[in-house]
Every structure is written in structure tokens, then in C-alpha cells.
Ligand binder design. Structure first.
Ligand code: C2E
Ligand code: CA
Ligand code: CA
Ligand code: CA
Length: 279
């Protein structure tokens, strides 16, 4: 019986692949990430498509692990959604951005609105307007200085509740953008029910400009229809001049991408804001 037990164990452990084990270890560490102050915000500029001036930013979370170095949100956000940490992380994100905006304002910088990503799990579990209102009040921050990015798939999954939450946010003068647009296959008329101000064309479409005719036509169709709904359009993942030229010719309003600036540490972005006053 003893022999059998060991064989069973061996069989079982062989089933655990290294990816799973790595994920388990990571998940374990993730519980202490906030307490150990290992989460950081990077800031990526959003620019005006017409003149390239900075008109906003997106806050992108990073996890600086003591052994593994910088870990991408693509790895740890899904883990945080599974194990219930996402609410704490989401609140940390909003609080961190608001505190930073307050500090930049107090330093006399010409601040720009900063967008914060909201995860689907977080959206489902949290009273988002209430939490945002509390944090804005705590820092005495004008609501126009933050923006929330909600993915198209999040809105589709919770459409009735999402519409109600977005109404509340609009009354609070908090801007909302539909993120990853084009990946969820929803029609723009379907999106009419959501009071949002802008739409972000997903990087997967932008990256194909100059390569595949199909998604190029899709990008220009999205821009035209969004404008009919009075939405402003931002393209993410703009990496080269071909993409930028095509998008500006088709009326895209704002750009975000490596061509204009990578996500950067808070001090570097602060220096960029400080430079804005000079020109
Ligand atoms: P996203 O919201 O679609 O963010 C855009 C991603 O594209 C970012 O990846 C950004 O660094 C990257 N990117 C921007 N410009 C370019 C470009 O020109 N070329 C390429 N190749 N990539 C570009 P990142 O920072 O790794 O974030 C990945 C995803 O993680 C985000 O996708 C978002 O869904 C999620 N995320 C990041 N921060 C947060 C957060 O604070 N809360 C939540 N819930 N999710 C977050
Ligand atoms: Ca985003
Ligand atoms: Ca995206
Ligand atoms: Ca995304």
C-alpha cells in the first residue's frame, strides 16, 4: 500500500507542469505585494493627433517582484481577479493616481487627465462610483483629472448594470472610455446605451495598418461611426509613422504608443509635465 501511495504521488506531481507551479508561487507572493509596496504605476502619454502635444496619460500597473524583477500586468491581473485581490489592487490604482495628480497640482505642474484601467471582476464586485467619489474628495481632486477605461467585453457582459454605473459616473463628471474596442464584436449602435466620451481602438487593429487591408478598413470604419455618435477616438499601440498618417487621415483624435512615448516611471512622466510649461 505504501508503494502504491508513492506511485500515486509521483504520478500526480508529474501532472503539475512548471507553468502551474510558477503561477502558484507567484500567486502566493501576490498576497503581500501591496503591503510590501511592490506595486508601481507607470504613465504613458496620450497625444493630440493633430499636433503631437500631450493631452493625457494612461496609468499602467507594474509589480516589482523582489526576485523576479518587473512583472507584467498581463500576468498578475488575471491572478488577482481569481483570488479576490483585484478590488484592493483596483482601489490602490485609483488612489495612487489621485494622490499623484494632487502632488503634481501642488507642485504647480500643468497636469493632464490620467486614465485608469478597471478590471471586469473589480467592476462586478465593487461600488465603483462610490469608491471613486470618496477618493476624489479625499484628495480634493477635480473629477475631470481622471478617466476610467472599461473594456468593450466588460460592458457587454454586464450591460444593464454597466449602463447604470456609467450614468452615475457621468453625473459625477468622471470621463469613461471604452477600452480594447473592436475585439468584442459589438456594434456601435449597441454601445449607444452607454454614456461614454471616447473609444480606444485596440492595438491589434493598429498594428496591422500597412499590412492587412481588412483591419485597416475596420479601423477607418470604427473612427467614422464613433464620430457619428460624438465619441472621440484614440488609437493605442501606434508604433510608426505609417500607422499615424493613416489614422490621422481618417480623423483619429488621439494617439498612444511607442512612437510618442513608452509607459514610464512616475518621475519621468512628472519631468515631461514640467517641460510642458516651457513651450
Ligand atoms: P491595455 O489597457 O490595453 O493597455 C495597453 C497596453 O499596450 C499596455 O501594456 C501598454 O504598455 C502597451 N502598449 C502601449 N503602446 C504600445 C505600443 O506602441 N506597442 C506595443 N507593443 N505595446 C504598447 P501593459 O502595460 O503591459 O498592460 C497590459 C494590460 O494590463 C493592459 O492592457 C490592461 O488591460 C492591464 N492593466 C494594466 N494596468 C492595469 C491596472 O492598473 N488595472 C487593471 N485592472 N488592469 C491593468
Ligand atoms: Ca487601457
Ligand atoms: Ca488593448
Ligand atoms: Ca486589455
Amino acid at each position: 500500500a505504501k508503494e502504491e501511495g508513492r506511485n500515486t504521488f509521483c504520478y500526480f506531481s508529474a501532472e503539475i507542469n512548471t507553468a502551474t507551479l510558477g503561477e502558484l508561487l507567484l500567486e502566493n507572493d501576490l498576497f503581500g505585494a501591496l503591503e510590501r509596496a511592490e506595486l508601481l504605476m507607470y504613465y504613458q502619454p496620450k497625444v493630440d493627433a493633430a499636433d503631437g502635444r500631450i493631452v493625457g496619460a494612461e496609468a499602467l500597473m507594474r509589480w516589482r517582484h523582489r526576485e523576479r524583477g518587473m512583472i507584467s500586468p498581463e500576468q498578475f491581473i488575471p491572478l488577482a481577479e481569481e483570488n479576490g485581490l483585484i478590488n484592493a489592487f483596483g482601489e490602490w490604482a485609483i488612489r495612487t493616481v489621485c494622490a499623484q495628480q494632487r502632488a503634481w497640482l501642488d507642485a504647480g505642474l500643468l497636469v493632464v487627465p490620467v486614465a485608469i484601467n478597471v478590471s471586469a471582476q473589480q467592476f462586478a464586485q465593487q461600488d465603483l462610483p462610490n469608491m471613486v467619489a470618496h477618493v476624489l474628495a479625499e484628495y480634493g481632486l477635480p473629477p475631470q483629472l481622471i478617466e476610467l477605461e472599461l473594456t468593450e467585453s466588460l460592458l457587454m457582459r454586464n450591460s444593464a448594470r454597466a449602463a447604470a454605473v456609467l450614468q452615475t459616473l457621468r453625473r459625477m463628471h468622471v470621463q469613461v472610455a471604452i477600452d480594447d474596442f473592436g475585439t468584442g464584436y459589438s456594434s456601435l449602435s449597441y454601445l449607444r446605451q452607454f454614456p461614454v466620451q471616447s473609444l480606444k481602438i485596440d492595438r491589434s487593429f493598429v498594428s496591422q495598418i500597412g499590412e492587412h487591408g481588412e483591419s485597416v478598413r475596420l479601423a477607418s470604419a470604427i473612427i467614422a461611426m464613433a464620430h457619428e455618435l460624438d465619441l472621440s477616438v484614440i488609437a493605442e499601440g501606434v508604433e510608426n509613422e505609417i500607422q499615424a498618417r493613416y489614422l490621422v487621415e481618417h480623423g483619429c483624435d488621439q494617439f498612444q504608443g511607442y512612437l510618442y512615448g513608452r509607459p514610464q516611471p512616475v518621475d519621468e512622466f512628472g519631468a515631461l509635465l514640467a517641460g510642458r510649461q516651457l513651450d
